[in-house]
Design a protein around this ligand. Structure first.
Ligand SMILES: C[S@@+](CC[C@H](N)C(=O)[O-])C[C@H]1O[C@@H](n2cnc3c(N)ncnc32)[C@H](O)[C@@H]1O
Length: 284
């Protein structure tokens, strides 16, 4: 492959020059208000390389040109760039903690508003609906399931998992405090299983970028798991501040098991710790 602009290919690894990257970061923000510059640079560069390869392009400059000309849409770019790995009843110990230390606060609430951020293809939404159902809260809840990627969020409209995932999922479901068979909530269709649609009656969907605070509502519980890990540590307080604008006083924030915000001192006055091991916080 010949060298092209700032682009060179060494050892089969597509190289991205500093200039090319800086230009792309500015373009992303000015054109789409997408704060790519806040993402962890090592993982963002890996994802950009993968995106360029999957879209059968040769360089980051070519990707930018394709976006500018409309040959590739921003949403198509996001489908490639974002990491959408998810799993039903992922991080079950932390779900158990949520069930034991947060849900009891909602026992007398008539209108429980839950925001799911970075919900990906729907396994986490299915998990949440099942937990709320088993704790007698689903009928009184309104869930807003969001993701920055429209395409992945569309998959969450009808959450489905591979039947093989039900086996591990069931083990995690029991650890999280489930008390029946997980497949009770799924309808089998060939090698796949779809979440029982009656569990989704209280769910709405919306694209939402955690880098901005653009939602009108305020929530009692915000779940944002395995999203912060893709961002630079120094920028995470912006993201948490954005989320906190959508939280009622005394509401709860559940993050992923690797996403402690305890070291973000700017947030010490905003949140109190509910569960140190599992990164559950309460807004002061
Ligand atoms: C690894 S998945 C986590 C899915 C799910 N929360 C879980 O823990 O299984 C990360 C999700 O975050 C979404 N995401 C990435 N950047 C985002 C942003 N700026 N705002 C909102 N969601 C974002 C991705 O599209 C992806 O679906």
């Amino acid at each position: 492959m010949p060298a092209q602009g700032n682009y060179i290919k060494r050892n089969n690894l597509l190289q991205i020059s500093a200039l090319e990257l800086d230009t792309f970061l500015v373009f992303m923000e000015s054109e789409y208000q997408f704060k790519l510059k806040w993402y962890n640079s090592a993982s963002a560069e890996r994802r950009l390389r993968k995106t360029i390869k999957n879209l059968q392009l040769n360089s980051l400059s070519q990707l930018q040109a394709s976006l500018q000309s409309g040959t590739i849409s921003f949403q198509r770019f996001l489908s490639e760039f974002t990491v959408n790995v998810t799993q039903v009843f992922r991080e079950p110990e932390s779900l158990k903690d949520l069930k034991n230390n947060v849900l009891p606060f909602f026992r007398k609430e008539l209108d429980i508003k839950v925001l799911l951020v970075g919900s990906s293809s729907g396994a986490e939404l299915a998990t949440l609906c099942i937990i709320l159902k088993e704790n007698g809260l689903l009928e009184r809840s309104k869930i807003l399931a969001t993701d920055i990627s429209e395409n992945i969020l569309r998959e969450a409209y009808k959450p489905k998992i591979q039947k093989s995932e039900l086996i591990e999922g069931h083990e995690n479901y029991l650890i999280a405090g489930g008390y029946r068979e997980l497949d009770h909530y799924f309808l089998s269709a060939g090698a796949q299983a779809y979440l029982d649609e009656s569990l989704l009656e209280k769910v709405e969907f919306k694209t939402f970028d955690i880098c901005h605070s653009e939602l009108e509502d305020r929530f009692d519980l915000v779940i944002c798991k395995n999203v912060l890990i893709y961002f630079q540590y120094d920028e995470q307080h912006h993201l948490i501040n954005n989320l906190s604008r959508h939280m009622k006083d005394k509401s709860f924030l559940a993050l992923g098991e690797k996403e402690s915000i305890l070291r973000l001192q700017k947030l010490n006055d905003v949140f109190s710790l509910v569960s140190g091991n599992f990164n559950i916080y309460r807004k002061n």
